[in-house]
Design a protein around this ligand. Structure first.
Ligand code: ADP
Ligand code: GLC
Length: 461
């Protein structure tokens, strides 16, 4: 079976958030399971390929010259890079100041049109699209292959000017959105199957509260929408072999974990004693609820508990966190930035891992934390519901779940968590349970290939 898999991000080539890791992890596992996957992404510039061939793509003049570079990437293997005017930038979406590139709509409409041209040329058995950047591929295709659309984050829809409806292709009417153009709404109507990245999130996005305005469009699709939980790359996220750690450890031998705990405290400038340390590794956006957590920082000494946040994004929130870290230096550390090596240590050396998300389509970091034995404390949203079981409600519990996304509910969950992790025997029993869970892509990729098999041979919508 041949699949064209189109994405705006792919780790480690272009990484902004979880989309990059989900696309890379799923793509690699599908290949391992024997599916012939073309990984197709924008050519953001500076990406070297070995054994490269170049294909000119037949696109309308508004796209400008479009080419496909096909070759071998050292980490990804075979990779398809789409070059269109304006795509080469130092960051896929953002200017240095954090604002989006002003021509992002044009950039990704051109990318999507070029992907459509490749699909017309290549005629794969299945087309797999991801998020709004690829949504308008289906506007251009009048005879598409059966298509799967994965929804990683409905908060981003790429809504723009209505004049694009005259441009993006013969089926553009499906993309009309309150007088504007919505690259995602049309794809929701035209894809054969829609996949939310966790089963619980699939139930949230069909409600007016959780649907980001697209709930009706999603309800209209009925059983064509399903949820498939993401996985993580368990070769990268393996505490027994992880080069970023101070010492290896695994579920049968947790001793090495303590060396990581000591090293992490040192890196963060925190005293090491038996006060529990909670960590957060995140983008600083409204979604992640860090502003809901911030008011608790002055209260942490009472639990007692220490907190460290590694994150990048919203400049105002970062300034506020720096300020809190200055005021409460004994209990709270903020490291601003995106730091892969430190992120691994933040999971390996923490007692607790905190995720106060307002919404979370899936979330990967709670799985990374559990794999490294850090007990998750999360809100009851999206994929967090599917992955974390409250240990005060269930003997097989793997973490603590706050009732609402509110400081007082988070505080209550933190108190419960701190009590549990101070009890060495119960903490270790919980760590063993969570570290034994299979978070790999094996099962999810199997679900996706079963979905492809259902659709193979049918004509697209
Ligand atoms: P989202 O995609 O919404 O940002 P996910 O939990 O799905 O959230 O994925 C985020 C990914 O990015 C995880 O693999 C996480 O480890 C990584 N990550 C997020 N923030 C940072 C950071 N500041 N430094 C290093 N890695 C980070
Ligand atoms: C998005 C979501 C996150 C999900 C990731 C990968 O970035 O915010 O919850 O894990 O996509 O699907």
């Amino acid at each position: 079976m041949r699949v064209v898999f189109a994405t705006a991000e792919l780790a480690p080539v272009a990484t902004v958030g979880g989309l990059a890791f989900a696309a890379a992890g799923l793509g690699a596992e599908l290949r391992r399971q024997g599916v012939d996957v073309d990984l197709v992404m924008p050519d953001y510039g500076g990406i070297e390929l070995a054994d490269e061939t170049i294909i000119d793509l037949a696109v309308p003049s508004w796209v400008g010259p479009a080419r496909l570079r096909v070759g071998s990437h050292p980490s990804v293997g075979r990779l398809h890079l789409v070059s269109v005017p304006g795509m080469e930038r130092p960051h896929p979406y953002l200017q240095a100041g954090g604002e989006g590139w002003l021509d992002n709509s044009a950039r990704f409409f051109r990318f999507a049109r070029a992907v459509a041209a490749y699909v017309e040329l290549d005629r794969p058995d299945i087309l797999h699209l991801n998020d709004w950047h690829t949504g308008s591929v289906l506007a251009a295709l009048t005879d598409p292959p059966p298509t799967v659309l994965s929804l990683h984050n409905l908060a981003y829809q790429g809504v723009t000017d209505g004049s694009w409806l005259d441009v993006i292709g013969p089926r553009s009417a499906h993309y009309e959105w309150w007088g504007g153009t919505n690259p995602l709404s049309g794809a929701l109507a035209l894809a054969d199957r829609i996949v939310a990245v966790s089963p619980h999130h699939a139930t949230e996005i069909v409600t007016p509260e959780g649907g980001f305005g697209l709930d009706e469009a999603l309800r209209n699709r009925g059983a064509d929408m399903i949820g498939i939980l993401n996985g993580i790359d368990t070769d990268v996220w393996n505490p027994a072999t992880d080069a970023h750690l101070a010492a290896p450890f695994d579920v049968t031998d947790l001793v090495g974990r303590n060396a990581n705990r000591v090293t992490l405290h040192g890196r963060l400038g925190l005293a090491v004693d038996d006060v529990p340390l909670a960590t957060v590794v995140t983008r600083l956006t409204h979604q992640k609820g860090i502003d809901v957590l911030a008011p608790l920082v002055p209260l942490l000494a009472q639990i007692p508990m220490r907190l460290a946040i590694l994150g990048t994004g919203d400049a105002g929130l970062a300034a506020h966190l720096h300020h809190l870290a200055d005021e409460h230096a004994d209990w709270f550390t903020f490291v601003e930035g995106y730091d892969e090596a430190l992120s691994h240590l933040m999971f390996a050396g923490a007692d607790l891992y905190l995720m106060p998300s307002r919404f979370e389509p899936c979330g990967l970091t709670q799985m990374q934390a559990m794999r490294y034995g850090a007990v998750p404390v999360v809100t009851a949203v999206g994929g967090l519901v599917d992955t974390v079981i409250d240990a005060d409600l269930d003997r097989q519990g793997t973490g603590f779940v706050a009732g609402r996304v509110a400081p007082e509910d988070l505080l209550a969950a933190l108190f419960r968590a701190a009590r549990r992790v101070k009890d060495r025997r119960r903490r270790q029993a919980m760590q063993r349970r969570m570290m034994n869970i299979d978070w790999s892509w094996t099962l999810p990729a199997g679900d996706y290939s079963a979905l492809y098999a259902q659709l193979e041979g049918s004509s697209g919508r």
